[in-house]
Design a protein around this ligand. Structure first.
Ligand code: UT7
Length: 323
């Protein structure tokens, strides 16, 4: 498959570190030093992820010069869909008027977009789909406990989308690798809202519907796993970090990004960073980055881009993309 267009959508409202100082015991200096985050976009309560995802998808379709009716498949990576069911991708299909598309969601947390990319590639080959939308989007702030300073400073909302078409033989996905390890599911999770802890008054009062994270442990696994999966796809392609024109890592924490770059011998000049402006937008972070780079002209035709991510599950993944 190859990249035909990109798009993004983020809520207008910006929450700065100074705003957070009014909400929890924290400081602008601590947040910047420990995470690199300066601000994040946050959706108004009740915002539909399907609206953000639809806007991102419309922008990507326009960029690609593809109509909604031409789309054969919509894959949406998210853990913060509009409702438990139906799949939010079906709501996006309706809002776009993509009436010829098959639509489903992927639950892989921060890895949702890269999982979606590989699933889309597989279905394009197996089923002959020719025009595909892969979207990553989250309204993560809908599951943030605003009293928990360990987590509430980290997350932001938004969506990013790409339109894919069949590869021309030179451009496209060169390598991908997806990995999972459920042994660590208890280090980053949202216990409530599912069948184990349904949204009863007691469970909601106990904040079971919000994010739980062992930050230090997650940090450690993120660095190790992102490094190893990126090295793996580079090895499989017979390449090294030097061969990449650009690395787009998942944007969770600047210190994670720097540690992975160092271990993969990638100079930071070749590593894309926007975590300072968006915070961690989970499945949206890589497609938002792709769209920013494409619109600023930095995603050059023919360039070789590494994508790498890590998230709850644990799930992690990497891909090499010839633009
Ligand atoms: O997308 C993948 C999912 N998530 C991630 O990748 C996140 C991974 N983890 C992280 O990014 C980092 O672990 C955090 C940014 C969450 C935390 O940074 P840390 O350097 O691991 O800090 P820590 O949790 O070890 O806390 C250090 C100190 C503690 O105080 P004491 O015990 O040393 O006195 C915390 O209580 O910082 C304190 N602290 C804060 N201080 C000010 C924790 N949160 C805050 C805060 N403001 N918001």
């Amino acid at each position: 498959m190859m990249l035909l267009g990109t798009g993004r959508a983020v809520p207008e409202k910006i929450l700065t570190n100074t705003d957070l100082e009014q909400m929890v015991e924290t400081s602008n200096e601590w947040i910047i030093a420990r995470t690199g985050i300066k601000q994040r976009h946050v959706a108004e309560p009740g915002t539909a992820l399907s609206d953000l995802a639809t806007e991102a998808a419309r922008n990507a379709l326009e960029d690609a010069g593809v109509t909604a009716e031409e789309i054969d498949l919509i894959v949406l990576g998210t853990v913060t869909g509009d409702m438990k069911f139906p799949a939010t991708s079906c709501l996006v299909q309706e809002k776009l008027g993509a009436k010829n598309a098959v639509a489903f969601d992927i639950s892989a947390a921060c890895s949702g977009f890269l999982y979606g990319l590989q699933v889309a590639e597989g279905l394009m080959m197996a089923s002959g789909y020719r025009r595909v939308l892969v979207i990553g989007g989250e309204v993560l702030t809908s599951m943030v406990n605003w009293q928990d300073r360990d987590t509430c400073i980290l997350f932001g909302d938004g969506a990013g989308a790409v339109v894919l078409g069949p590869s021309d033989g030179e451009r496209g996905l060169l390598q991908t690798c997806l990995q999972s390890d459920g042994a660590h599911s208890g280090l980053l999770y949202n216990p409530g809202g599912g069948c184990v802890n349904p949204p009863t008054t007691e469970n909601v009062a106990a904040q079971l519907h919000t994010i739980r994270m062992e930050g230090k442990e997650v940090f450690r696994h993120a660095v190790t796993s992102m490094t190893s999966v990126l090295k793996q796809v580079l090895d499989q392609a017979g390449l090294s970090g030097d061969d990449l024109d650009l690395l787009i890592p998942h944007q969770a924490n600047l210190r994670i990004i720097e540690a992975v770059a160092k271990r993969c011998k990638m100079p930071m000049e070749k590593v894309f960073v926007n975590v300072d402006r968006y915070g961690n937008t989970s499945a949206a972070s890589i497609p938002i980055a792709l769209d920013e780079l494409r619109r600023s002209g930095e995603l050059k035709d023919g360039s070789l881009v590494g994508l790498v991510t890590f998230g709850a599950g644990f799930t992690w993944a990497a891909a090499l993309l010839r633009v």
